[in-house]
Design a protein around this ligand. Structure first.
Ligand SMILES: [Zn+2]
Length: 460
């Protein structure tokens, strides 16, 4: 994510801190899945007791009325003997809910959709949940006051989910730990384009409506899904590496040569981070300036305006760090934003602009408390998650590491990190362990100074 220049000041809204209750045992040994996965910032996001492998989302959108009608088919595997489980879904009226083809009882409580199947689900058994739902999507407001979910625009919808917007448009196990593949089949009035993740399978028009079918073949965290709708000029081409590119631009924004740099940017990051991790690439450039951010939706970053070069490279670098290697818990967000910020600097260095060290030196002269705090590795509260220090001090952490371990080892660390956690999840302690392994150095006090101690690091 990259906030736009005029991002509103953070306003705190306290989260209800509902701890997941211990599961009650049933006579047959089955127990309910927990209502959350215990994320320190979003404890109810995601659910226990199962693991999703695929979401098949069939959506019908009427932009004039802002009404979404949908069927979600979720394929999952029980990780315990399961008497009941939750999905995350905000708003909508559910007209039918099936588990393995049989109607199932359900109740709603906030974002929790609580499902009780007729028969308990055996541990390690695969099951399918079908949810028919409709209504006007609820825009999700975050603890920092930013908006996400299915956000209506003048000609469609800007669809973004970080960190908790996905339940605003589909029932999800909304936790970055539960990655899955996705099939999208989205019907909109003819003349509109739907941009979802992955490769375009087909688009067919009949009866005044066009159905766009997209498939995301690689594992994706729920918050990285999109199905952005609007009037778009869609350009398709193939990168030299054979990867299909899809670049959609709202014609209201005119044209910009910045998007022509996409192949070169992807090629450069592949040269330093290792192979591009997905089977499609692109960009979705919408006219939605009121959103005030861009997001690294998987395979096709989503922009609320025509991006400048820095924003474009930031979001594309997230394909390696954020989308392929994804945090396990939200307080580790520097693993995404510090890496994407440093990626901006190395792109500048590569293209003959300021070097990453020059940027580091300039920033190191900053003395204000708000520049250095909260520490990049410990934002402390959900409304501080996207603090500038998570980005800038996070990026500086990597540049300081580059100096500490030397050029060759540093790039080896980045390539190993991308390769060893490809399409997976990871934590800051795992990054520290990898950096120590590759460098042969003890780096605990280095990372302590850069990631965890409040205020400006003075020795490391
Ligand atoms: Zn970002």
């Amino acid at each position: 994510m990259q906030p736009s220049p005029l991002l509103l000041a953070a306003v705190s809204i306290s989260l209800s801190s509902i701890a997941a209750a211990a599961p009650l045992q049933h006579g047959d040994g089955a127990a309910p899945g927990s209502a959350g996965l215990g994320d320190p910032f979003f404890p109810l996001a995601g659910n226990g007791g199962y693991d999703v492998s695929n979401y098949a989302l069939t959506l019908d959108y009427d932009p004039a009325a802002n009404v979404l009608g949908a069927t979600a088919v979720i394929t999952a595997t029980a990780t315990q003997h399961l008497s009941r489980f939750d999905l995350d879904l905000r708003g909508f009226t559910i007209s039918r809910l099936l588990v393995n083809g049989q109607s199932a009882a359900f109740t709603r409580s906030g974002q929790e959709l609580i499902v009780t199947p007729r028969k308990t689900l055996g541990a390690r058994k695969t099951f399918k949940v079908t949810v028919d739902y409709a209504g006007t999507p609820t825009v999700v407001v975050d603890p920092d006051d930013s908006i996400e979910g299915w956000i209506p625009t003048a000609d469609g919808a800007f669809v973004a989910g970080q960190p908790q917007g996905s339940p605003g448009w589909y029932p999800a196990n909304d936790n970055p730990r539960d990655k899955a593949t996705y099939d999208f089949r989205v019907s909109v009035p003819a003349g509109l384009t739907v941009m979802a993740n992955g490769v375009l399978v087909s688009s067919t028009t009949s009866g005044g409506r066009t159905t766009w079918v997209w498939r995301e073949n690689d594992p994706m965290a729920p918050y990285l899904a999109t199905a952005t709708v609007g009037v778009f000029d869609l350009t398709q081409y193939t990168l030299p590496s054979g990867i299909p590119a899809y670049v959609a631009v709202d014609p209201h924004l005119g044209s910009s040569s910045v998007l022509d740099k996409l192949p070169e940017i992807v090629e450069f990051y592949a040269s330093i981070y290792g192979p591009y991790p997905f089977d499609a690439v692109g960009a979705i450039v919408d006219d939605a300036r009121f959103v005030f951010y861009a997001l690294e939706t998987q395979t096709k970053p989503l922009f609320d305006r025509m991006p400048d070069e820095v924003t474009l490279v930031h979001e594309l670098s997230h394909m390696w760090f954020g989308d392929s290697v994804t945090l396990t818990e939200w307080p580790d967000l520097w693993l995404h934003e510090g890496f994407a910020t440093w990626s901006e600097w190395i792109w500048s260095e590569h293209t003959g602009g300021k070097t990453a060290q020059q940027t580091f030196d300039t920033l190191y002269g900053r003395e204000s408390d708000t520049f250095w705090n909260p520490p990049a590795g410990d934002p402390g509260a959900p409304e501080l998650l996207f603090s500038p220090s998570v980005y800038l001090r996070g990026g500086m952490t990597l540049q300081a590491l580059r100096v500490k371990v030397g050029e060759a080892t540093f790039f080896q660390i980045l390539r190993d990190w991308a390769a060893e956690h490809r399409h997976g999840n990871a934590t800051t302690p795992q990054f520290i362990a990898l950096a120590e392994r590759d460098s042969g150095l003890a780096l605990a006090s280095f990372f302590d100074a850069w990631l965890y101690e409040p205020g400006k690091p003075t020795s490391w």
